[in-house]
Design a protein around this ligand. Structure first.
Ligand SMILES: NC(=O)c1ccc[n+]([C@@H]2O[C@H](COP(=O)([O-])OP(=O)(O)OC[C@H]3O[C@@H](n4cnc5c(N)ncnc54)[C@H](O)[C@@H]3O)[C@@H](O)[C@H]2O)c1
Length: 284
């Protein structure tokens, strides 16, 4: 079917970024979150991202306004039923995602594809919350979504070839580059990345070096564009913890045991860039 309207659930770090990408690619967007204040924060993120593009000369002010006009917001999940394609981007909590997919399955027409931006939860398990397992798929955007070109596409056990092809075509329309991963904990990127971030937090906890020096060592020593602790702040420490816990739970492998210091940061609400404080301080 011809996809014109994308429904996005969750207007946080990823949902707002994905909304920006979709609206900038010409799609109408219905962006849903549970509270007006979260929607407002999401729209501020989109505005900020688009202003950056205007500053860099990649977009005119007039084009920016048109992109913003294509983003329609709501706090009612029922409004997502008007979308031709759905992307879920709520926090990395399995039960929350299962519940949302169960509700979406009832609300959305049966031919609509329901995708999830989960970083680590099994697509097969999410699909099992619906009666359309063939139309559920993982579409894992990277952060920040408007900047990062990679897209991991993950099929659940019963995802159909038609669904996979439709998603691949959508990924092409927004100019992203797809890789296909099996439905395995952490898929490709987080399976490799989360142990590195977690180990960097262990190194910090054990006093091996300061946060600055751990990041400096990894940027200059491993030729990374950003150190693991700064990257964790960008991802959100709550999200890093949820992904690591989920991979640990799914694999049972001790190497994925979340560092206690990461938990302490999350306990105190220091979640990284989005709260102004994580391993580093940010001006909000
Ligand atoms: N942050 C990253 O770097 C990153 C990268 C790729 C994928 N992901 C994945 O994307 C998803 C979202 O992560 P995030 O970093 O954007 O989280 P976030 O905490 O920034 O945003 C989540 C949003 O979902 C909203 N929400 C909570 N319950 C909801 C509900 N019932 N209905 C609608 N909205 C609800 C929250 O209010 C919040 O605005 C997670 O599955 C995460 O693993 C995150």
């Amino acid at each position: 079917m011809d996809i014109k309207t994308i429904g996005i659930i969750g207007a946080g770090t990823m949902g707002s970024g994905i909304a920006q990408v979709m609206a900038a690619s010409g799609f109408e967007v219905i962006l849903m979150d549970v509270k007006d204040e979260f929607i407002e924060r999401g729209m501020e993120n989109i505005n900020w991202g688009l202003n950056k593009m205007v500053e860099k000369g990649k977009m005119t002010n007039e084009e920016k306004e048109k992109v913003i006009d294509r983003v329609h917001t709501t706090t009612r999940l029922e409004d997502i039923a008007k979308a031709d394609f759905v992307i879920e981007a709520v926090p990395e909590i399995a039960e929350l995602k299962f519940d949302i997919f169960k509700r979406l399955d009832v609300l959305c027409p049966e031919y609509i594809i329901l995708s999830t931006n989960t970083s680590s939860i099994s697509i097969t398990r999410i699909a099992s919350a619906t009666k359309r397992q063939d139309k559920v798929i993982g579409m894992h955007f990277m952060n920040p979504a408007p900047v990062m070109k990679l897209m991991e596409i993950i099929r659940g056990k019963n995802t159909s070839d038609e669904t996979f092809t439709a998603v691949k075509s959508l990924v092409g329309r927004i100019g992203n580059i797809p890789v296909e991963s099996k439905d395995s904990p952490g898929f490709i990127v987080n399976r490799v990345l989360m142990p590195m971030i977690n180990e960097a937090v262990f190194a910090l906890m054990e006093g091996v070096a300061s946060a600055e020096d751990i990041d400096k060592a990894m940027t200059l020593g491993a030729n990374l564009p950003m150190g693991p602790l700064a990257l964790a702040d960008l991802i959100g420490l709550d999200t890093v913890l949820s992904i690591t816990e989920s991979i640990y739970r799914e694999t049972g492998d001790q190497k994925h045991r979340p560092c206690p210091l990461l938990k302490r940061y999350v306990d105190t609400g220091q979640l990284g860039k989005k709260t102004g404080r994580g391993f580093y301080k940010y001006g909000l």
